[in-house]
Design a protein around this ligand. Structure first.
Ligand code: IPE
Ligand code: IPE
Ligand code: MG
Length: 250
């Protein structure tokens, strides 16, 4: 692992990586196992990815764990996913804290059981002051929900404080307020779509899609994605010449 990390020294490490962890169900089905088996293996893959991100010096990792549309799955699978979220929080809290990781959960948590809501709050406040990786878990998250709730909050703030809307920035009301926008967006599992993840925030992210099913995603997979990211020319609307000039003047 040390070797492969050294190999990355020449590459740009994204400051913020966002991942749609897709393919758990198919991974289990390929093994003639129930889907829950894939979700459990998915938690292991997440743990390994968090470790890799810490070693590589990635500052922010945002993972899509449960979308606002995932409630439409069979009740049993939804129940299993909720239980797994709770169990994982309980079993990993010490490890996260020991590794100086700050946990933040984004999404509409009002629909979760009160016990899950208070566990989330507990882990967030315990790890709030940590200065290592910020791990953002998107649970009951939808990009459209985020834009809508931000618009409502911004409007309320404008009315309450007599501030014209034009002077406010919607970014300050997103659930991701204070986080930099993702540099690299990864989706595993072969589908090439956003599925209502961070809609506004990925406006200028580099998109990377892989057929690897999430439980099989490992350090090598992450390195491939980072190498690909590193080869991209991010122009943010400018010309290559302008970008190179800024780079040379640094
Ligand atoms: C992603 O894996 C995990 C969640 C959406 C919770 P899936 O469960 O969507 O796996 P596939 O896409 O059916 O293989
Ligand atoms: C996106 O995956 C949501 C998560 C990974 C949590 P889905 O499996 O729900 O996406 P679709 O249904 O294929 O678009
Ligand atoms: Mg899926």
């Amino acid at each position: 692992m040390i070797d492969s990390l050294n190999n990355l020294a020449q590459f740009d490490i994204p400051r913020h990586i966002a991942i749609v962890m897709d393919g758990n169900g198919r991974w289990a089905q390929q093994r003639y196992k129930p889907r829950v088996f894939g979700h459990k293996a998915g938690v292991d893959a997440l743990r390994a990815t968090i470790e890799s991100c810490c070693s590589l010096g990635v500052e922010f990792l945002t993972v899509f764990a449960f979308s606002s549309e995932n409630w439409n799955r069979p009740t049993k699978e939804v129940g299993v996913l909720m239980d797994l979220f709770m169990l994982t929080l309980k079993s990993q809290v010490k490890r996260l804290h020991k590794n100086n990781i700050r946990l933040k959960v984004i999404g509409d948590r009002a629909r979760f059981l009160p016990s899950l809501q208070s566990k989330i709050l507990e882990v967030e406040s315990l790890t709030e002051g940590n200065s290592g990786l910020t791990l953002v878990v998107a649970a009951n998250y939808g990009g459209r929900w985020d834009i809508q709730q931000a618009a409502q909050l911004m409007l309320q703030h404008s009315i309450d404080n007599h501030i014209p809307l034009i002077e406010l920035k919607i970014e300050d009301y997103f659930s991701t307020a204070g986080l930099p926008e993702p540099d690299l967006f990864i989706r595993t599992g072969g589908e090439e779509r956003i599925s209502n993840f961070l809609l506004w925030q990925i406006a200028y992210s580099e998109l990377y899609f892989t057929d690897t099913l999430w439980p099989d995603f490992d350090q090598d997979g992450l390195e491939l994605a980072i190498k690909c990211f590193s080869s991209r020319n991010r122009r943010f609307g400018q010309t290559s010449e302008q970008v190179n000039e800024t780079f040379n003047n640094k």
